[in-house]
Write a protein that binds this ligand. Structure first.
Ligand SMILES: *Cc1c(COP(=O)(O)O)cnc(C)c1O
Length: 380
């Protein structure tokens, strides 16, 4: 089955009892047993499994080409489930330009439990090699990164992690499997904030892990069951519905993203535009190699370098909404230093390039003429 069919049919079945085309929202916590310990069907208690969540998890496994999908109450809950696999003394190598909440979890929760984290520029594969030792258990990559659109070469990193028997996880939130399939490129686990493009309508907080190996999947399912951050049936239904139009939305996000990146690149008030589809982008070659398009996330800085210019621009937008988050049908604008990345210490932000004049756009699927007209009036 091709991807654009999988988003609609992958892992899905009509309901045999009613013929319903979509799964019901099984708003139930428990299931009948005919005799103690003998449920009449395959379900016992909804923390372990719920049919609506199962339908979503099957769809997730299908679109990312994994053995199993697991749906969580948020993206961070998904990351947390994976991180619980490690213990004091283990070492994790992660990219230095991570989602703020991921960085906060690693440094404020797991560091205290004795896990050692190395945050490095993962485009430097020699640096990666040099840090690997027998305690290294996980390489964590986000690509493209948020908000500077750095890329890491998934296939090249997978070669190294395989050689050393290290688990390799990729946060695929920005690219989505429409554009990039980390498991096919050699990663072991894919993580999603399904809050973003998979859900696609800014109406749900949800997360996912998709695992290539069935045995590891069982281990992680046990961890999820034992700790409890599962996704409820209504939210599972919403993400499943979102996935059915993922390919259509992504196609338009990519078209609009490309046009806006080109518009901003030619604007006299803008200095740098961060978009993997631009030939001038330092990671354009890797993007072409591992992504089938460039997505709808565009960041940029002002020639003036002034925070005031960024703020005045953001206040004037009318079609773009000033809000955190991304990946919905509506266009959003964000000031990373004051909003999504405020939890990263100022010094660290400066180091990675998240300056006060940096603006991040999540380009939606509206008419491109309205989006560009809005940018034009706000830049004036
Ligand atoms: C939003 C986001 C997360 C966290 O997901 P939540 O659903 O907000 O918990 C992780 N990674 C990336 C890249 C994100 O954009």
């Amino acid at each position: 089955m091709k991807f654009n069919t999988k988003t609609i049919h992958g892992g899905q079945h009509h309901d045999p009892s009613t013929g319903a085309v979509m799964p019901a929202v099984f708003q139930t916590s428990t299931y009948v047993q005919e005799s103690p310990g003998k449920p009449i069907g395959e379900y016992e208690y909804s923390r372990a499994a719920n049919p609506t969540r199962t339908a979503l998890e099957n769809a997730l496994a299908s679109i990312e080409n994994g053995a199993k999908g697991l749906a969580f109450s948020s993206g961070l809950a998904a990351t947390d489930c994976l991180l619980r696999s490690f213990k004091a003394g283990d070492e994790v190598i992660a990219m230095d330009d991570l989602y703020g909440g991921t960085y906060r979890m690693f440094t404020r929760i797991y560091k205290d439990s004795g896990i050692k984290f190395h945050f490095i520029d993962l485009t430097d594969l020699e640096k990666l090699q040099s840090l690997i030792n027998p305690n290294t258990k996980l390489v964590w990559v986000e690509t493209p990164t948020n908000p500077l659109m750095k890329l890491a070469d998934i296939a090249e990193i997978a070669k190294i992690t395989k050689q050393h028997n290290i688990l390799f996880a990729v946060d695929n939130t920005f690219a989505t499997p429409y554009l990039q399939k980390p498991l096919d490129l050699g990663a072991d686990v894919v993580m999603h904030s399904a809050t973003k493009y998979l859900g696609g309508h800014s109406d749900v907080i949800a997360g996912a892990l998709i695992i290539k190996d069935a045995q590891l999947a069982e281990q992680l399912h046990f961890q999820q069951f034992a700790t409890g951050a599962t996704l409820g049936p209504m939210d599972s239904f919403l993400v499943l519905r979102g996935i059915k139009t993922l390919h259509l939305r992504m196609q338009r996000h990519c078209e609009n993203g490309e046009k806006i990146a080109a518009y901003l690149s030619n604007h006299p008030k803008i200095s740098t535009v961060y978009f993997p589809g631009l030939e001038s982008h330092p990671f354009h070659e890797i993007a072409k190699k591992q992504m089938s398009g460039f997505g709808g996330m565009v960041s940029f800085k002002f020639k003036s370098g002034a925070k005031a210019d960024a703020i005045s621009f953001l206040e004037k937008l009318q079609v773009f909404t000033l809000a955190e988050s991304l990946g919905g049908v509506e266009s959003l604008a964000n000031h990373p230093a004051l909003m999504t990345h405020a939890s990263i210490p100022e010094e660290k932000r400066k180091e990675t390039g998240i300056s006060d004049d940096l603006v991040r756009l999540s380009v939606g699927v509206e008419d491109i003429d309205d989006l560009i007209a809005d940018l034009e009036q706000a830049l004036k």
